[in-house]
Design a binder for this molecule. Structure first.
Ligand SMILES: [Fe+2]
Length: 380
């Protein structure tokens, strides 16, 4: 078994452990709702409650030769623009930003071991062995307090102490054995600037195009991670124990052996979605697209979803600019929601989702869209 982020995770959740050890394991909501309730109590008791706030930035690591094309495609296909680009002995970093949205840091390692490397060696991802969304960094104004509570709880960070930079202090967990994600925590001292005086400017020859449709593509609404059926409860509880997010609801698509689970901080914040199989016991023919994805790519973030206005027109414009889609727009104004998925990027392996919620639609997803989108990913 790979290393757990929270050393004594299984001792703290014996029920969960027992459940996944049984041979006839099938996901159901009773167990996770009970565990989620206990986690909220634990956050209150331990002083963690409300210490962690919203998402600040996402780290996407790429191969060196894919860095520039990865940045270019984000500039063409999303509302993100270039903010900073710099390098140091360890890495190259390109920072992209978009209003009311977490920053995207596109990085390349120049030195040192890549702790995510073994997680990337899967049949359809091993050709890009350094490529994945590696980390989500959340804002934590009281980082020292957070660090000491979580150390006492057995959380394993990548550094022995808080890393102190000019404009921020930062902490990061080791990659999760359930999702392949590392969770980070940042406290800004002032302006949100990543480059330090020790870093060198790295000029990159890219420019934000001025295509009119780009202004329709707004902030990141959610990220969706795909993981094995057996990791579903543990992954969500682990995330709840590290942040202030709550498990909200799950949509089961029985005939595709898939569950889409939504965790939120508030209705306005970026949401974390975890999609897994219902059961891992199925044979090759009825695995379903979600479990199949995990076998082909490993547990990882599958897509980033961008709020998109004038979605029909924007969908056409994106196609004209070369974006390839796994599926047409699904859903309708009557149902309150329209969405679509692109093919995975050849540079980052990330799928883009474009999503529009109409008027007073207060559901987060609809079952029919989830079904159609899940089915479309069978093509990957
Ligand atoms: Fe999504």
């Amino acid at each position: 078994m790979e290393k757990l982020i929270i050393k004594n995770f299984w001792e703290m959740h014996p029920g969960l452990h027992q459940r996944i050890e049984t041979s006839s394991f099938i996901n159901a909501d009773d167990s996770i709702k009970k565990e989620a309730h206990l986690t909220r109590e634990l956050r209150e008791k331990s002083g963690l409650d409300k210490l962690v706030q919203g998402l600040e930035f996402i780290v996407i690591n790429t191969e060196d030769q894919k860095l520039l094309p990865a940045v270019e495609e984000i500039l063409i296909y999303t509302g993100y623009d270039l903010k900073e680009s710099f390098e140091n002995e360890e890495q190259k970093v390109v920072v992209l930003c978009c209003e009311n949205s977490p920053d995207l840091l596109i990085t390349v390692r120049k030195n040192g071991e890549n702790p995510f490397y073994p997680l990337n060696l899967n049949p359809k991802s091993e050709h890009l062995p350094n490529t994945r969304i590696e980390a989500f960094f959340y804002r934590t104004p009281e980082l020292s307090k957070y660090h000491s509570i979580q150390l006492n709880r057995g959380v394993i960070f990548t550094s022995n102490s808080i890393v102190n930079k000019e404009n921020y202090e930062i902490l990061q967990t080791i990659p999760s054995c359930f999702t392949g994600i590392s969770y980070g925590f940042v406290n800004w001292k002032g302006e949100r600037i990543y480059k330090t005086s020790k870093d060198t400017d790295m000029a990159i020859d890219v420019k934000k195009p001025d295509f009119p449709y780009i202004k329709n593509i707004k902030n990141i609404d959610h990220a969706a991670t795909r993981l094995p059926a057996k990791n579903r409860d543990a992954a969500i509880i682990e995330f709840m124990e590290l942040t202030n997010y709550n498990f909200e609801f799950a949509i089961y698509v029985e005939n595709l052996n898939s569950i889409t689970n939504v965790a939120r901080l508030s209705a306005k914040d970026f949401a974390m979605v975890f999609t897994s199989g219902i059961s891992s016991e199925n044979n090759e023919e009825n695995l379903g697209p979600t479990e199949k994805f995990v076998r082909n790519y490993g547990a990882r973030v599958h897509h980033l979803a961008f709020i998109t206005e004038n979605i029909e027109e924007t969908f056409q414009n994106l196609k004209e600019k070369g974006q390839r889609f796994l599926i047409d727009l699904v859903g309708s104004e009557e149902e309150g929601l329209k969405q679509t998925f692109t093919y995975p990027s050849p540079n980052t392996l990330i799928v883009n989702e474009y999503i529009l919620r109409y008027g007073d639609f207060d559901g987060f997803f609809t079952k029919s869209n989830v079904t159609n989108l899940t089915l479309a990913t069978d093509k990957q």
